[in-house]
Design a protein around this ligand. Structure first.
Ligand code: UD1
Length: 417
């Protein structure tokens, strides 16, 4: 195992190029198995989760490779099984369920368990697919799905689940007739998936709103597609600039998809200005605590909650955070407190008393974004912070320590004892 060792207190200055979006690449890679011909994807980040997805595609019978940000996928004779060993390392593997059922009429996919941040069931994925004619049984921890050709259906989701919307969108693209998906998630990554599917010949409209209409088609063709950039990575480096009183230009950066994040950061006092190349993020350190509620898009993303909490620890005044998406997503707060933060938790609410003088410490996180918040705190803290178990970070941040080092951070990767 490896850890990141950070010597805090350095002002960050320079340019960071934002990578392709992890959460957009994962469903688009899974959707590629529905195409009859080759798919080429650009702006794909070299991340652990992406390599896991490519491994899954290989197990499913496709040829795939990733080189220099471009992924090539050739669908072959599909094998409809996603094994437990893989699904347990990446929950998003469940996104192959819809494509496999649509393409082959059968699927055997390990049921993802709970994870550190919550129970995360997939009932909405299954219920929607059932409405389209699929039948499921649970056998030895596997979801066994079967169907003849899926039929379009009118599906009203109980809640706007991102993965559920993606699975149903993919399945409906090859179903017979029209599917209407109500209370669908509106995340930009869903819009990106729909744009990709449309480029392959699907007929989807309304993506980006809560009602998506899909006219099923008989087949999809491969295409060349550029995946959107990562809005959460961009938000994380915005906080890095702010917490170090720095000046960073983010290139290849999403724009309006970041509105909720840039809005809150500006409210805190961070100066964010659009430039031809991306966003310039500057802070003189005069920051104020704010109140944040995580919500489905276009609300403030739960995937930025841990990072803004780190910033609120050092801002003036008291701020609050209400986490409404996941039931157990405050584990980083306890680690931040070990570094001198003053965060009080009560159920889904956190009260962050600002003005903390963070001090470096060995810390450990149990999920991806929590790890990022500890790195951010480490960049600010006096002394040395050691962030352990960084395999979480490697799942979602491409070359994080290299990007930070290039703008002046003292950070290095070391083996954990
Ligand atoms: C995706 C993102 C993740 C992000 C999350 C919320 C990917 C690979 N992951 O996760 O980074 O934090 O969206 O923006 O894109 N739920 C149910 N039943 C279901 C499905 C979900 O109750 O069938 C609940 C979950 O337990 C959770 C909430 O709905 O409390 C949101 O989950 P969902 O939107 O599905 O998140 P993911 O797609 O897993």
């Amino acid at each position: 195992m490896q850890k990141l060792v950070i010597e805090g207190g350095k002002r960050l200055e320079g340019k960071i190029r934002i990578s392709g979006s992890k959460n957009a690449s994962l469903p688009v890679l899974m959707a590629s198995i529905m195409a009859d011909s080759d798919v080429t994807l650009e702006n794909v980040p070299a991340l652990k989760d992406i390599h896991t997805s490519l491994k899954l595609l290989t197990l499913l019978g496709c040829k795939s490779e990733l080189y220099n940000g471009t992924a090539g996928i050739q669908a072959g004779d599909l094998v409809p099984e996603a094994p437990y060993d893989l699904v347990r390392t990446m929950r998003a593997s469940v996104l192959c369920l819809g494509p496999l059922l649509a393409r082959l009429g059968r699927a055997k996919v390990a049921l993802p368990g709970g994870c550190a941040i919550g129970t995360r069931p997939v009932d909405q994925h299954l219920r929607g697919l059932e409405q389209m004619g699929a039948r499921f049984e649970l056998e030895s921890g596997y979801i066994m799905g079967k169907c003849r050709r899926l039929n379009g259906a009118h599906i009203i989701l109980d809640l706007p689940t991102v993965g559920g919307t993606e699975n149903l969108l993919m399945a409906a693209s090859l179903a017979r007739g029209e599917t209407v998906l109500e209370n669908a998630a509106k995340e930009p990554e869903i819009t990106d998936l729909a744009n990709f599917l449309n480029a392959c010949g699907a007929r989807i409209s309304g993506h980006g709103t809560s009602v998506i209409r899909i006219q099923g088609v008989d087949s999809l063709q491969g295409c060349r597609y550029r995946v959107m950039s990562d809005r959460i990575e961009a938000g994380t480096y915005m906080v890095a600039a702010a917490i170090t009183h720095g000046d960073i230009l983010l290139s290849n950066c999403p724009d309006k998809e970041l509105d909720a994040v840039t809005g809150k950061l500006r409210e805190m006092g961070v100066i964010i200005s659009p430039e031809p190349e991306g966003f310039r993020v500057v802070s003189d350190g005069d920051l104020q605590g704010v109140d944040v509620v995580t919500l489905p898009y276009p609300g403030f993303p739960t995937d930025m909650q841990a990072q803004i909490m780190a910033l609120m620890c050092v801002a003036a005044g008291t701020g609050t955070i209400k986490e409404t998406i996941f039931e157990n997503r405050f584990l980083h707060a306890l680690e931040l407190n070990r570094m001198g933060a003053r965060i009080k938790l009560s159920g889904q609410n956190a009260v962050v008393r600002g003005g903390a003088n963070l001090v470096g410490a060995p810390v450990m996180a149990s999920d991806l974004r929590a790890s990022a918040s500890l790195v951010l705190a480490g960049l600010k803290a006096r002394g040395i912070t050691e962030v352990q178990r960084i395999y979480h970070l490697d799942r979602g941040y491409e070359a994080m320590e290299k990007k930070l080092e290039a703008v002046g951070a003292r950070i290095r990767r070391e083996k954990e004892n």
